[in-house]
Design a protein around this ligand. Structure first.
Ligand code: IPM
Ligand code: MG
Length: 355
């Protein structure tokens, strides 16, 4: 146990963010119990901040975020809050992912018992998408050049950037139980090496690093085929590693197979800093109406606990969420909203923690 406790930066975010983050804070506090002290420090960042102050995150806020033991972040973004070039104002991905050098975006995709996914039959879905988080196409965030007739955004890959994210994927595969279909520890490299030189480079480096991990099976998929197989044969996958933009798209595809974006947390993880958030947006249309599914944010808090070295706390949260679904206390409607509302999910998870 970490006797000094933890200082956690909290970015409630926009839209449904504050209610989700409130739910996750309550669950984390309850799961940590008396043994682990968690102190929350609320910080102002996101689209509403951009609208009020002209910047999504001030330098002072960023410096404080850097200083915490970990960060719990809600979704950000509001319709109509746009930069002059038409892209969203108030997004924090470029700023925090690049600024904190969180080069891994770890997105676990798990079908929980009792959750009605859209795929037919008894499915066992449990894999992790490892999305490169600091380069690739999204390095061009806010930097594209163009005029009224043409615009270009560039995709960049560096050897160091690819090596470190691929290594992370192999290390993760070593710790996991393997693919649901066959128990094989497997890392799938997802790319378009057949079309673009940058992806051929990604694959070549992947194959080099793979040689350091003879105990983990290596596997390749072109990104389009990966999208197909994530839907048709998700049991095959254990860990998948890919470029930033591909990971953004395919993690939403994979999320659909396990009951939707509201079920899926993500960790932005680097060697010195990490922050945890849902993989979805801020859904302003349903904000403040007790309609949002807080599971993604609660599971993000579990990942934060793991990251702090408090794995038992993370395990308790995940077990409580599973119990809530298995008991039928948590039911997500086809609309994506919990049957009895956001707060009822929080109560169900806390109730399951205590049982
Ligand atoms: C995600 C989100 C962000 C991204 C958006 C909101 C900028 O879609 O984390 O997947 O593209 O990275
Ligand atoms: Mg996304």
């Amino acid at each position: 146990m970490h006797t000094g406790g933890y200082d956690i930066g909290v970015v409630p975010g926009d839209g449904i963010g504050p209610e989700l983050v409130g739910s996750a804070q309550e669950v984390l506090t309850a799961a940590a119990g008396d043994g682990v002290e968690v102190r929350f420090h609320v910080e102002d960042a996101g689209a509403d901040t951009y609208r009020r102050t002209g910047t999504a995150c001030s330098d002072e806020t960023f410096d404080r975020l850097r200083s915490y033991d970990g960060i719990l972040k809600g979704p950000v973004g509001l319709p109509g809050v746009r930069r002059p070039d038409g892209t969203e104002g108030g997004l924090l991905g470029g700023l925090l992912r690049g600024g904190l050098d969180t080069y891994v975006n770890e997105r676990p995709i798990s079908l929980l018992p009792g959750v009605d996914g859209p795929l037919r039959g008894e499915r066992r879905i449990d894999h992790v998408i490892v999305r490169e988080n600091t380069e690739g196409l999204y390095l061009a965030r806010g930097l594209g050049v163009g005029n009224e007739r043409a615009v270009v955004d560039q995709l960049l890959m560096t050897r160091e950037g690819v090596e470190r994210v691929v290594r992370y994927a192999f290390e993760l595969a070593r710790r996991r139980p393997g693919a649901p279909a066959d128990g094989v520890h497997r890392v799938t490299c997802v790319d378009k090496a057949n079309v673009l030189r940058s992806f051929a480079f990604f694959r070549r480096i992947f194959d080099e690093i793979a040689e350091e991990y003879p105990d983990v099976q290596t596997d390749h998929r072109y990104a389009d085929a990966a999208g197909h197989d994530l839907v048709v044969d998700p049991e095959h996958f254990d860990v998948l590693v890919m470029e930033n933009f591909l990971g953004d798209i395919l993690s939403d595809v994979a999320a659909a197979t396990v009951g939707g974006l509201g079920m899926c947390p993500g960790g932005n993880i680097g060697d010195a800093h990490a922050y945890f958030e849902p993989i979805h947006g801020s859904a302003p249309a349903i904000a403040g109406r007790d309609l949002a599914n807080p599971v993604s944010q609660i599971l993000a808090a579990a990942m934060l606990a793991d990251h702090l070295g408090e794995r038992p706390v993370g395990d308790r949260i995940r077990a409580a969420v599973r119990t809530g679904f298995a008991r039928g206390d948590i039911v997500i409607l086809p609309s994506g909203s919990p049957k009895d509302g956001t707060d009822a999910v929080t109560r169900a998870v806390i109730g399951a923690l205590e049982s």
